[in-house]
Design a protein around this ligand. Structure first.
Ligand SMILES: [Zn+2]
Length: 84
């Protein structure tokens, strides 16, 4: 992806994948916090216990990864570990 991105006019950004699966894209709730269980690899879909939005696991993670990359581009001063 890194070498192909420029050929397609795209920007490649590497992000820390931590919590991209466990975090609700809609409200930021993190599964495993506040007495909830972390999602396992078997949990392909889930409903956020905080905002009740239903998620397809990989789609939710992709949205979080995209948002992390976009934040990194707009706030490059931030440490990757601090962005979630
Ligand atoms: Zn939520």
């Amino acid at each position: 992806l890194e070498y192909k991105a420029p050929a397609y006019g795209r920007t490649f950004v590497e992000v820390n994948p931590a919590y991209t699966t466990q975090t609700c894209y809609d409200c930021g709730f993190v599964m495993g916090s506040k007495g909830t269980k972390r999602l396992t690899l078997h949990d392909r879909e889930w409903t956020c216990p905080n905002c009740h939005v239903h998620h397809i696991r990989d789609h939710n993670a992709a949205l979080n990864i995209l948002a992390k990359g976009q934040r990194l581009l707009t706030r490059p001063d931030q440490n990757l570990e601090a962005i979630y």
